[in-house]
Design a protein. Structure first.
Length: 70
């Protein structure tokens, strides 16, 4: 399950953009990627893919949320 949070005023550059990925069954947070006031951070908590940094966390969330139906 992915939750995306962003600044409400779309007329201005976003002050906050955050993506959170949770396991829908256990409610465990698997990863987050957040940009807040110019600071970029992220972390993957999945035991099989632990890493830190916006790029890695964002890529992990994209991969996990990709539609694998053909």
């Amino acid at each position: 399950m992915e939750i995306t949070v962003q600044t409400a005023d779309v007329a201005k550059p976003p002050q906050l953009l955050a993506r959170y990925l949770y396991d829908g069954q256990t409610r465990e947070m698997l990863a987050y990627a957040k940009q807040e006031k110019g600071k970029w951070e992220g972390m993957v908590f999945d035991r099989q893919h632990q890493s830190t940094g916006w790029d890695e966390a964002n890529a992990y969330i994209n991969k996990m949320m990709a539609d694998d139906r053909k």
